[in-house]
Design a protein around this ligand. Structure first.
Ligand SMILES: [Zn+2]
Length: 230
């Protein structure tokens, strides 16, 4: 592959205190163990853009079970209606414990991330209280879209061809980010060692589903990562 057809970007999804043990309110098992892998990726010379995201919710966010008492996190759902168009079909979204509330310690990126400050940009998502936004790109509504981070435009402006996704959690925000990356036309990889799932037991099946849709789940010792070293 010639260099003019390979312009990779790295998207580091939600490596935040609330998603990591030991203190995160929505800690993903082994979540903090992804950081060393992510830092190794950040060092690789080929990336033309290195972006991190932060889940960044207002306290009244629709995904917090506490805003839907007596509903419970992890087991109950809420209906999301497009606040700009109530006629667009609604969707059901899983409820969570309060997490990543704007300007709280739990919303901070983990301090071990990127000690050399190689990140080009940090994008905040989930800022609109009325919609869930797992993806780093935009919320699920399309008619019209409610919240758009501008990430697609930034990747296009940088001439990006390939997107490598890591971070938390594999089965929610990483998965949705990868699917939207694919939809935007980028060859899309998830680096397996750089992510962990909320539901670890269900992740192998989710991986198969992603592969069936065209996202490739790759390994640190695989050829897709080797390409980044030159
Ligand atoms: Zn969230």
């Amino acid at each position: 592959m010639s260099t003019n057809t390979f312009k990779p970007a790295l998207i580091v999804v939600d490596l935040q205190e609330d998603f990591c043990p030991p203190n995160g309110s929505l800690a993903v098992a082994e979540g903090r163990e992804t950081v060393a892998v992510v830092n190794r990726l950040l060092e690789l010379p080929a990336f033309v853009l290195r972006v991190a995201t932060q889940d960044w919710h207002p306290q009244d966010h629709i995904s917090f079970a506490s805003n839907h008492a007596p509903k419970k996190p992890f087991v109950d759902f809420a209906t999301v209606v497009n606040p700009l168009n109530p006629d667009e079909p609604s969707y059901e979204t899983q409820l969570w414990p309060d997490h990543c509330v704007q300007n709280t310690p739990g919303a901070a990126l983990v301090p071990e991330l990127d000690p050399a400050h190689r990140l080009d940009e940090i994008i905040k998502k989930g800022t609109n209280k009325d919609v869930e936004m797992y993806s780093a790109f935009y919320d699920p509504f399309t008619n019209p879209r409610v919240s758009d981070s501008g990430l697609a435009g930034k990747l296009q402006a940088a001439g990006v061809t390939h997107v490598y996704v890591v971070g938390l959690a594999a089965d929610f925000c990483v998965r949705c980010t990868a699917l939207d990356s694919l939809k935007e036309g980028f060859t899309t990889y998830i680096v397996e060692e750089g992510t962990r799932a909320v539901n670890g037991a269900g992740w192998p099946e989710q991986m198969q589903g992603l592969e069936a849709l065209g996202v490739r789940v790759v390994r640190m010792d695989g050829p897709e990562v080797a390409l980044l070293k030159s």
